[in-house]
Ligand binder design. Structure first.
Ligand code: JJW
Length: 447
């Protein structure tokens, strides 16, 4: 038996996002988002599911916060639905939207839970998409107004802010692969979106500093880890590109004020250019206070001519898979965190998402989600290993508190440590919940 111990000041928490849990899509003056449109477009989401009701957390937030309190978390990551604040993306602020998040944040604070707030977790107001969305620089201006409004409104209450969640998903998954809203398949468009997200991030950080808001601000890119199949140069280079699509492309502009040369020339060969305007790179290159990292999966992979964007393929070595089909690859968590620290320095890191999909259902009131419990344990060992390497981990927030609307997978894929019955909306704590609760209480576990 070995003990895996965490530092005394480690923050433990869970994460969710507005569209995935809130429901109440027409209440409180909320405007439509691109996910309302996308989920109601036939063929885009499994079973035609949508977020109209979701977990109904808009109404049941007090019950959810009692679940968090029982779990013993010190931090909760949630996101604000931009269309609750500005139903049309710009213009008049909707007081009812602000009121809802005040009630919610006050309830968290009254229960001793620190809020970590994501400004953009994918629910762009549809009115902005109608004018071109993140392809247009006007959306950066609209985001600045929204961010400034939130900073001023919640200063003193919310001390941890994230500008963007998973910019890779917002750009490439949503506009090149086309699997998420708005569902475009256009590489140049995706690259434009990624760049505009970077600028919007920088603009928001600048605004936060100018206003002198107390607290910390960062962003939350998602990363994967591809380990080269062999030490052949071609395999190493293919993996370097595959990793850089998630890491360097989204980290270098923020931390170094430039895009990685080898990726620029790769995109250039495909006829892609970056819509950089004067001053953009300086704007993007703002010091941030912490980095959020979302990690789910990785793989061994290698060079394959003309495969995908980067002449790269994954090689399945018989990994265990979660129910969504993603490899269980804790080694990649350890490696990617160590890699990030080696390349970008010992910036404070919160794991803003890490978790797994297992679709276990309650049996006599108990949900035996052994797969999730093991995934959690293995990833916390990997995290602990990375900390021994000097990775500056401040907190770990598992995805997710509740089963919820898993985007293109709808309600068919469950990531919660608490089960949600989508008919009755009843919540049932899973075995992984109880294991996590014990781990939080002890600040250690045994393997
Ligand atoms: C890639 C699938 C086709 C969420 C992907 C699909 C299509 C070639 C979980 N993170 O619900 C990545 N999540 O809201 C944010 N992270 O490709 C939070 N990444 O490929 C969670 C989905 C994802 C993905 C899903």
């Amino acid at each position: 038996m070995a003990i895996i111990q965490f530092p005394r000041d480690m923050k433990w928490g869970t994460a969710t996002a507005s569209y995935q849990i809130e429901g109440a899509y027409k209440e409180g003056g909320r405007g439509a988002s691109i996910w309302d449109t996308f989920s109601k477009t036939p063929g885009k989401v499994v079973n035609g599911d949508n977020g109209d009701v979701a977990c109904d957390s808009y109404h049941r937030y007090k019950e959810d916060i009692q679940i968090m309190k029982d779990l013993g978390i010190s931090m909760y990551r949630f996101s604000i639905a931009w269309p609750r604040i500005f139903p049309n993306g710009t213009g008049e602020v909707n007081q009812e939207g602000l009121d809802f998040y005040h009630r919610f944040v006050d309830e968290l604070l009254a229960n001793g839970i620190e809020p970590l707030c994501t400004l953009y977790h994918w629910d762009l107001p549809q009115a902005l998409q109608d004018q071109g969305g993140w392809n247009e620089r006007a959306t950066i201006d609209a985001f600045e107004v929204y961010a400034k409004t939130m900073f001023n409104e919640f200063k003193g209450k919310i001390k941890h802010w994230i500008t963007f969640n998973e910019p890779w998903c917002v750009s490439f998954l949503s506009n090149y692969i086309g699997a998420h809203a708005p569902g475009n398949q256009d590489l140049q468009l995706a690259v434009n979106v990624a760049h505009h997200l970077h600028v919007a991030h920088g603009v928001a950080v600048k605004c936060f500093r100018t206003l002198g808001i107390e607290g910390q601000i960062g962003y939350a890119p998602n990363v994967e880890w591809n380990e080269p199949f062999s030490q052949r140069q071609a395999d190493i280079e293919a993996c370097t590109r595959a990793n850089a699509w998630f890491i360097e492309w989204f980290f270098d502009p923020v931390f170094k004020g430039s895009y990685p040369e080898f990726m620029l020339s790769w995109f250039e060969k495909k006829g892609i250019s970056i819509p950089i305007e004067e001053g953009d790179l300086e704007t993007i290159h703002q010091p941030i206070d912490f980095l959020g990292i979302n990690y789910y999966t990785g793989s061994v992979s290698r060079y394959k001519e003309n495969e995908g964007l980067f002449d790269h393929e994954r090689v399945d070595q018989g990994y265990q898979k979660t129910d969504i089909g993603w490899n269980v690859y804790p080694e990649g968590f350890y490696k990617v965190l160590t890699y990030i620290t080696e390349n970008y320095g010992q910036i404070p890191i919160y794991i803003t998402e890490n978790g797994s999909c297992y679709n276990d259902e309650p049996v006599n009131g108990r949900v035996s989600d052994h797969g999730r419990l093991e995934y959690l344990k293995q990833h916390l060992v990997a995290l602990n290993r990375s900390m021994e390497n000097g990775v500056n981990i401040k907190g770990y927030l598992t995805w997710s508190l509740l089963d919820n609307f898993e985007w293109a997978e709808g309600y068919s894929m469950r990531f919660g440590i608490v089960h949600v019955n989508y008919r009755t909306l009843e919540r049932t704590k899973k075995d992984s919940f109880y294991w996590y609760k014990q781990t939080i209480e002890n600040n250690w576990f045994e393997v």
